[in-house]
Design a protein around this ligand. Structure first.
Ligand SMILES: *Cc1c(COP(=O)(O)O)cnc(C)c1O
Length: 356
């Protein structure tokens, strides 16, 4: 049985979080001389949607306004939502909550997103690799469960997966959640582009599930650095205890709030990216040096060629930058190509047709 107390680090269990000045006084009116801010103002001004930002003041530590909007979109109470400085911050906080450096380990399923490994290395946590099944890129669920030992705290599942674009099926993840007593992290950075549904409804069934999403991809806000984690209230409370108190800037909070009102635009772009993906996949798979284009549920395609490095260099000569994944395990000869605007996709195709 999963028991949160059994897998939390002792120091985190005992942690008394930083209490900020604004935690104690909840009012918005008054003379604020509690946080050593500059009461005169700030030397730059910024207006977002008609509102002058008070940049001289510290921002809301729990980002309630942003979470209230997310709560409506995701159908989740705000108590189940954590916001990080990109989902990369959430990944780091997950390590710090559960993994004892030099003792615990985590399982990742390569080829996958590189930050899990980097965050593990930074936190001095052993990383155990259980590769996806070659060519289909399906999760090797039985091997993952067999590999997990008493010191395994986290299993990372990326769905749709970067760089393969494949989705991990619901049943495999349920099997992990039911047979593993640590945390299963499902990274849904690309969920907006998938035909499949989010795992969010499963939060009600699984106390050991953490879901990651981000405003960096479909939402078009990679520069803003806002990522989300969804989990049980107990897990979110722990993440909030660990995070730096003001981890999301006032500017990011206001801009994220504004963006979340504009879901129609995002849905429209998402549709265009998905249709661009299907068109580009069809066209690229006809090229003589292309062995295969893997089916993708994400905003990129993984293209297996006869010589990845050389195709990559050819594209760079035309000032088209893609991601060379040819040296990655199970991705021999592969390039990962992000879907651009229709014009950009045309340019990629044109350039690829000129490759000899
Ligand atoms: C891009 C990406 C992220 C997002 O990271 P941010 O820090 O939110 O920009 C997370 N996971 C995967 C798999 C990604 O590809």
């Amino acid at each position: 049985m999963f028991n949160l107390n059994n897998i939390l680090r002792e120091n985190i269990k005992k942690l008394v979080p930083y209490s900020s000045a604004r935690d104690e006084y909840k009012g918005t009116e008054g003379i604020f001389l509690d946080a050593n801010e500059n009461a005169f103002g700030s030397p730059v001004d910024m207006e977002v949607e008609g509102e002058e930002l008070k940049l001289n003041r510290y921002p809301d530590t729990l980002q309630i306004a942003v979470k209230e909007k997310l709560s409506k979109i995701k159908g989740l109470p705000i108590e189940n939502i954590f916001l990080g400085n990109g989902s990369d911050e959430a990944i780091d906080i997950i390590f710090r909550a559960f993994c004892n450096p030099g003792k615990d380990n985590v399982i990742v399923c390569p080829p996958t997103y590189g930050m899990y490994q980097v965050a593990a290395n930074i936190n001095d946590v052993e990383i155990i690799k259980v590769p996806l099944i070659a060519e289909t890129f399906e999760l090797n669920t039985d091997a993952v469960l067999k590999t997990a030992n008493v010191n395994t705290k986290l299993i990372f599942v990326c769905s749709p997966n970067n760089p393969t674009g494949t989705e991990v099926n619901l049943e495999s993840v349920k099997k992990l959640l039911e047979n593993f007593n640590g945390i299963v992290v499902v990274d849904e950075a690309y969920i907006n582009f998938a035909r499949y549904r989010t795992f969010i409804p499963e939060l009600l069934n699984y106390p050991n599930l953490v879901i990651l999403q981000t405003l960096s991809k479909a939402w078009g806000l990679a520069g803003l650095r806002v990522g989300m984690a969804f989990a049980s209230r107990d897990i979110i409370d722990i993440f909030n205890k660990i995070k730096p108190p003001y981890n999301i800037s006032l500017v990011s909070q206001k801009l994220a709030s504004g963006a979340l009102d504009n879901i129609t635009q995002v849905n429209d772009w998402t549709k265009q990216i998905v249709s661009g993906r299907e068109k580009l996949s069809t066209e690229i798979s006809k090229l003589p040096f292309v062995i295969k284009v893997y089916p993708s549920e994400a905003s990129f395609i993984l293209v297996k060629t006869t010589d990845g490095k050389s195709v990559y260099n050819h594209l760079v000569k035309n000032q088209i930058v893609t991601r060379d994944r040819s040296s990655v395990e199970l991705c021999e000869g592969c390039l990962r190509i992000t879907i651009g605007t229709p014009e950009e996709n045309m340019e990629v195709l044109k350039s690829l047709k000129e490759y000899k």
